[in-house]
Design a protein around this ligand. Structure first.
Ligand SMILES: C[S@@+](CC[C@H](N)C(=O)[O-])C[C@H]1O[C@@H](n2cnc3c(N)ncnc32)[C@H](O)[C@@H]1O
Length: 263
């Protein structure tokens, strides 16, 4: 007696052209019947996502939006929520916060509000060129992507970011804005203990340089959140190598983020 699974595989092998139609029927019907709880940022699911109803999350997002940090015209709430979770965890550890790749400060402002960063005795370092990618560090693929971005006008990271961020975070006594290219600016982070590191520069060389620089300074339990992990093969594989060399794993999240905890 041939099992259903084996039979299915045999049919698939014999009639490969039927696979897309089968998928369409299977998932198309399911999707039509679905009432998604989340459909944003290339992520669609009907899993429970109570954070969307959470007061603290809603208020933090409202503040971030009201202050003009959400400049990209779309929201990535699950990614923001992951960062909030990571910050909430890290606030109880000894050590400061760092973000490499800040842009208009959406994620940073969000987590500051979420954990009440103003009243926490920690520093938050915000590193960015505040002028977009530094072309010296681009790989061939990243260079091609940049050409594409320029052609379609879809790279919104311009010199308008710096005055915005300076003004927006000016009232935070414990925030330090570091302008310039990573890795050159890493030494300006005057902290020997790091509890939270968010890396989001869309470029492998500075991202790995930041991870290598901060890893020895990260305290036990510190979080390293990678925004680009599931979005670009090159960054993904470079971080897998980084993690393997340190005998740890990266939690690959359905949002596209990667998460590492310092053992
Ligand atoms: C995707 S955006 C960051 C988004 C941000 N994390 C947020 O929450 O909205 C990427 C940023 O990385 C910055 N960047 C790219 N290469 C850099 C480098 N080598 N050094 C510092 N910043 C860099 C760009 O200027 C841009 O602002």
């Amino acid at each position: 007696m041939v099992s259903k699974k084996i039979l299915k595989n045999k049919i698939k092998q014999a009639f490969p052209f039927l696979t897309p139609a089968y998928r369409f029927l299977k998932y198309g019907v399911r999707i039509m019947r679905w009432v998604p709880t989340y459909d944003e940022d290339d992520l669609i699911t009907n899993h429970l996502c109570d954070f969307l109803e959470d007061d603290r999350f809603i208020k933090s997002l409202a503040t971030t939006e009201k202050e003009g940090h959400l400049q990209l015209g779309y929201v990535v709430r699950w990614r923001l929520y992951t960062a909030c979770w990571a910050a909430d965890h890290a606030k109880n550890l000894d050590g400061d916060f760092v973000e490499c790749g800040v842009a208009y400060g959406a994620t940073s402002r969000m987590i500051m509000e979420y954990i009440g960063f103003k009243n926490i005795s920690k520093k938050f370092y915000l590193l960015d060129t505040y002028e977009g990618l530094d072309e010296r560090y681009l790989s061939q693929d990243e260079r091609l992507r940049l050409v594409e971005y320029k052609k379609t006008g879809s790279y919104p990271y311009t010199s308008a970011m710096y005055p915005f961020v300076k003004k927006a975070f000016g009232s935070f006594p414990n925030v330090t804005i570091v302008k310039g290219a990573v890795p050159e600016t890493l030494g300006q982070v005057k902290s020997e203990k790091i509890a939270y590191l968010h890396i989001d520069m869309n470029c492998t060389v500075p991202e790995i340089a930041a991870a290598e620089y901060f890893w020895p300074k990260m305290v036990k339990g510190a979080v390293m959140l990678l925004d680009d992990y599931g979005f670009a093969r090159e960054q993904h594989d470079a971080f897998d190598k980084f993690a393997k060399e340190r005998s740890i794993g990266i939690l690959s999240l359905p949002t596209g983020q990667g998460l590492m905890i310092k053992p």
